[in-house]
Write a protein that binds this ligand. Structure first.
Ligand SMILES: *[C@@H]1O[C@H](CO)[C@@H](O)[C@H](O)[C@H]1NC(C)=O
Ligand SMILES: *[C@@H]1O[C@H](CO)[C@@H](O)[C@H](O)[C@H]1NC(C)=O
Ligand SMILES: *[C@@H]1O[C@H](CO)[C@@H](O)[C@H](O)[C@H]1NC(C)=O
Ligand SMILES: *[C@@H]1O[C@H](CO)[C@@H](O)[C@H](O)[C@H]1NC(C)=O
Ligand SMILES: *[C@@H]1O[C@H](CO)[C@@H](O)[C@H](O)[C@H]1NC(C)=O
Ligand SMILES: *[C@@H]1O[C@H](CO)[C@@H](O)[C@H](O)[C@H]1NC(C)=O
Length: 479
């Protein structure tokens, strides 16, 4: 049951076999998408800053006229992180550059209740302090590559960080004394912080990898099929976008057999108004037809109960006897059953604003004997042309078929010769009333698109181009 539909929905295109890792699905991340990524990335980074552990910090300074003063700062914690300015830009061939600068406000302050410092020479008087850091600047390159599972992986390279100023103010205890030489402490602290930042940035960027690992490189569709969305090559980074080439191929679950056709190379248009563009090729759709056909899933039994009660005919030998008198004579008053089965994998064609599916099937008509034995009456070869409307629902693409045209020829007759043309209208009705709705019920469940984490699609548009389906969308992450 599952099948016919799936099939129709999915179809197989017979193209000459080509070699190489040509993509079946392409994904383009635009500047707008990158901008959204920046907001998420910088938020992650700032959260990371709050976990910064500044080591306990001690030293001594000569303070005239007192002499040598030792100090020890402990329990430095980040209690506030400002909202710095950040910028991302594409670095062709490499990844993305990220710069974070904060000129005016404090980036973070540290503060500790006593014991915060001790004046050891003075046998220890403890107080607290506030630490303000300003003029922070960080720049790094985020490289984007493909890991061995075909998922994107990011890492930080060429990180540079500088802290313009730290300013520490002591309270309580011998603060009057420490405030005298706080500028020395500032300098030492500044270099400690400066050394801490890049490892932290690297850690924050690494933290994005578990999210990227959620890319559904093997997206399960149903009991028969899964879609391989692994990257077939490393991402291509240009001055305006990051382009991913994904395999985009349906496979039978657990059995990865290649179809006798390969993707036709295609490229996405230069649109940039959405964050993300996905191109899904006719190859992807046709690999589905190949897979469902291989699984034997493209067949459908039609019985009278599937014909709407409003229909002007019933599925019985009386109805068919009107067109083929031998049937009414040889098999009077019997119900009938039709077995629709794909003869070849269906093929799908994407032309501008039009998806057409060509399905090649056989229909075997049976009389149902009182003892339930099925007696074959005839077999027809049916070539059907079907139009497909496609829409995006959730992070899935779904479809809805309408029948365009049907050509039928006689395969085998067990009841003597008859005029196939006379059955045209009744078969059109059967297809429209029973077969297409079954297929549509399946198609409406949709096929998963490539996705990362809890991704939602908003402002989504779908256009049918020559040889591929173009989805332009913005994304929102809920987790
Ligand atoms: C000050 O802090 C040091 C280090 O934690 C501690 O050993 C000392 O007892 C404290 N002194 C006072 C007066 O609290
Ligand atoms: C789509 O194309 C097919 C064949 O190329 C044609 O028969 C059909 O009428 C077209 N449908 C629309 C809605 O243009
Ligand atoms: C349909 O299948 C039959 C038998 O397999 C074949 O002869 C015919 O060429 C096919 N037609 C199309 C349109 O694929
Ligand atoms: C069922 O009935 C048909 C027609 O009367 C007969 O040909 C067939 O042998 C029967 N089958 C069984 C299993 O009884
Ligand atoms: C039906 O046959 C005609 C003539 O052979 C052909 O032009 C048309 O494309 C066929 N339609 C389908 C749905 O196979
Ligand atoms: C599918 O198409 C039919 C007409 O062919 C229409 O009546 C039906 O509402 C459509 N269903 C969806 C979910 O778009």
């Amino acid at each position: 049951m599952l099948s016919l539909c799936c099939i129709m929905a999915l179809l197989a295109l017979s193209c000459p076999e080509t070699s190489g890792n040509t993509a079946g699905v392409k994904v383009k991340l635009t500047q707008k998408g990158l901008e959204y990524g920046r907001q998420i990335g910088v938020t992650t980074l700032l959260d990371q800053f709050k976990t910064i552990k500044v080591p306990d910090f001690s030293g001594s300074e000569e303070v005239s006229p007192i002499g040598k003063v030792s100090y020890s700062l402990t329990g430095i914690k980040v209690i506030n992180v400002g909202l710095p300015q950040s910028e991302v830009a594409l670095v062709p061939g490499t990844g993305v550059s990220l710069t974070i600068t904060e000129k005016h406000a404090n980036i973070f302050c540290a503060n500790s209740k006593s014991p915060a410092y001790s004046y050891i020479k003075d046998e220890g008087e403890n107080g607290s302090f506030d630490l303000a850091v300003s003029e922070l600047s960080i720049s790094t390159t985020v490289t984007i590559q493909s890991d061995d599972t075909g998922r994107p992986v990011v890492s930080s390279a060429n990180c540079a960080a500088s802290v313009g100023q730290t300013s520490i103010t002591f309270h309580g205890g011998a603060s009057w004394l420490y405030n005298l030489f706080s500028s020395y402490i500032d300098d030492a602290l500044r270099s400690v912080l400066q050394r801490k930042i890049c490892p932290l940035v690297s850690e924050a960027i690494d933290k994005m990898n578990p999210y990227l690992k959620t890319l559904n490189v093997l997206a399960k569709v149903d009991q028969y099929a899964e879609i391989d969305y692994s990257m077939v090559e490393s991402p291509v980074i240009s001055t305006s976008s990051i382009d991913l080439s994904l395999k985009g191929e349906f496979y039978n679950i657990g059995e990865h057999k290649e179809p006798p056709f390969a993707p036709t190379p295609f490229s996405l248009p230069p649109d940039e108004s959405n964050m993300l563009y996905m191109g899904i090729s006719a190859f992807t759709a046709n690999s589905a037809g190949f897979v469902y056909n291989n699984a034997g899933a493209l067949s459908l039994r039609i019985t009278d109960d599937m014909i709407p009660s409003s229909s002007p005919f019933r599925l019985n030998t009386k109805t068919f006897g009107t067109f083929i008198p031998q049937i009414a004579k040889q098999y009077p008053d019997l119900m009938m059953e039709l077995l629709v089965k794909a003869a070849t994998a269906p093929t799908v064609m994407f032309t501008p604003n039009n998806i057409t599916l060509q399905a090649n099937a056989t229909v075997t008509a049976y009389a149902i004997q009182p003892n339930t034995t099925l007696t074959p009456l005839f077999i027809l070869n049916v070539d059907a042309s079907v139009s497909c409307q496609i829409y995006v629902t959730g992070v899935k693409v779904a479809g809805n078929l309408t029948l365009n045209a049907v050509n039928m020829t006689l395969g085998t007759s067990y009841v003597g010769p008859f005029e196939v043309k006379s059955l045209d209208s009744i078969f059109q009705m059967v297809l429209k009333a029973a077969v297409i709705p079954e297929v549509n019920a399946l198609l409406q469940q949709g096929f998963p698109l490539p996705a990362i984490g809890e991704m939602n699609l908003v402002n989504t548009q779908l256009v049918i181009m020559k040889d591929y389906l173009l989805i332009g969308t913005d994304v929102q992450f809920t987790a």
